[in-house]
Ligand binder design. Structure first.
Ligand code: PHE
Length: 461
């Protein structure tokens, strides 16, 4: 029972930081999960995919696929205490190339960061716009024009993205991630409170009931195969799984951390934030005549309308975008961690060099997303701009496929005994039944479900 770390590890010589307290683990993991996925992606996808039906499928995907895969990833990471490539190499039988999953994950990290950094760029720009007061309006034409002007301006789009990349690079290079995490921990409750306030205002709007009905009364005819795939992709994106982020964070988990409990807490808190964002946005959508299917613009054009209805709306809106940027920072740091730790531990680069290399690549890849609504608007592959393509390929293909392989790896290669050992902390927690149930899901249910949803959603079957 004492030999949990008896595995030969390729990176044993390297000092690994690790989280010092149980609360630190929860906060950092939550910091990775909560981000623009809640405030930006969840509302816009829900709006574009018909509302409550999408939400229902998203919830099911989170429970049946998201939770088990998240537990699997964290377990693998903690057991191997190494970056995802080394972890999968150490845990797999010799010669089996499971580490390829981690390589795909690294690619996903680059794709996600490329468009994510652009959305954070919009958030940064909106802090300034909010300060100036120019966007505080409930007139769709005004808020849509403001957003349109921003994203169709190539220079602004690029410069704000560079600001974001320099900001994240600065945090990593100055080695202040711990400080930032501590700050995030303090600021997240504020975001939560502000969202509650927004919800209260939004619920008092004329057509609040219509907004709520859209969000909570499913219209099953709207659930198509591609809607299901999008909802499942969101579940992966939201929980930061299928690409090694949670494996990496798991490698910093302490041995006495309760993995299922941490996972459940992160999932619940994450869901709460998304629900609040939805409740804040959809009543306003219907009251002021926005289009629910406005796409990536949705939050940026509707949130100003809600703030315009409250006292001190301008200042609260500044706070909102600052807090959104803070939430996004935790997610971006966790995304950066995947390539950086792989380049550092596997390819022998120093951490600063690994960070700089990652950032340089992002400067190039990211520009193709930053310019997707202006200079490169007509540059499309498979009918999608680079922004949409990177989003689609990462969320709907790489992450779910990664999920299949992680589930299969734990279910068929790593095995019940080791997985149970990880979830029960080698017999110290009395959650064996839960561990067995999750193992069953991983072995049989999740991989099959993901595969079917992918094949159907991509029209391959
Ligand atoms: N979960 C983050 C969010 O919702 C995004 C993310 C995806 C972070 C994948 C890490 C890995 O904003």
């Amino acid at each position: 029972m004492k030999e949990k770390n008896a595995l030969a590890r390729p990176d044993q010589g390297l000092q690994r930081p690790g989280f010092s307290s149980g609360f630190g683990v929860l906060a950092a993991t939550l910091g990775s999960a909560v981000g623009l996925g809640n405030i930006w992606k969840f509302p816009y996808l829900t709006g574009a995919n018909g509302g409550a039906g999408f939400l229902l499928v998203y919830l099911l995907a989170t429970l049946l696929v998201g939770l088990p895969v998240m537990m699997a990833e964290i377990s693998l990471g903690r057991e191997a205490k190494a970056n995802p490539i080394s972890a999968l190499q150490a845990l797999a039988p010799k010669g089996q190339p499971w580490w390829l999953v981690a390589m795909a994950g690294m690619l996903a990290a680059f794709l996600i960061l490329s468009f994510y950094s652009e959305v954070v760029a919009w958030v940064f720009a909106y802090v300034v716009k909010a300060l100036r007061g120019s966007i505080l309006s409930s007139d769709p034409q005004v808020t849509e024009a403001a957003f349109g002007a921003l994203i169709s301006d190539p220079l602004q789009s690029l410069l704000w993205q560079w600001a974001v990349l320099v900001f994240i690079g600065g945090i990593l290079l100055m080695g202040v991630t711990k400080g930032i995490e501590a700050l995030t921990k303090k600021l997240m409750p504020l975001l939560f409170l502000l969202l509650l306030l927004l919800c209260a205002v939004s619920l008092s709007l004329d057509k609040a009931a219509e907004g709520l009905a859209f969000l909570f009364q499913p219209d099953f005819s709207k659930i198509t195969a591609s809607v299901v795939l999008t909802a499942m992709g969101l579940a992966f994106f939201k929980l930061s799984i299928g690409m090694g982020t949670m494996m990496t964070y798991g490698s910093y988990f302490r041995d006495d951390q309760n993995i299922p409990l941490t996972t459940l807490r992160v999932m619940s808190a994450d869901l709460c934030v998304s629900m609040l964002a939805g409740i804040a946005i959809f009543p306003a959508v219907f009251t002021f005549g926005f289009a629910p299917a406005a796409g990536p613009a949705l939050v940026f054009i509707t949130i100003p309308a809600v703030f315009s209805q409250m006292p001190m709306g301008q200042w609260l809106m500044v706070a909102f975008f600052v807090l959104a940027a803070v939430a996004a920072t935790g997610a971006m740091l966790s995304l950066m961690e995947v390539p950086v730790v792989i380049l550092h531990e596997r390819f022998g680069l120093s951490r600063p060099k690994a960070t700089l290399l990652t950032l340089s690549l992002l400067l190039v890849l990211g520009a193709s997303c930053a310019l997707s609504n202006s200079a490169l608007a007509d540059f499309k592959l498979f009918g999608l701009t680079m922004f949409d393509l990177f989003d689609f390929v990462s969320s709907n293909i790489i992450l779910p496929a990664g999920g299949i392989f992680i589930a299969l790896f734990v279910g068929w290669v790593w095995g019940a005994g080791k997985f149970r050992g990880a979830l029960t902390n080698h017999g110290q927690l009395a959650n064996e039944k839960l561990a067995n149930a999750v193992f069953f899901l991983l072995r049989y249910v999740s991989p099959l479900l993901i595969l079917i949803v992918m094949l159907k959603g991509l029209n391959l079957f």
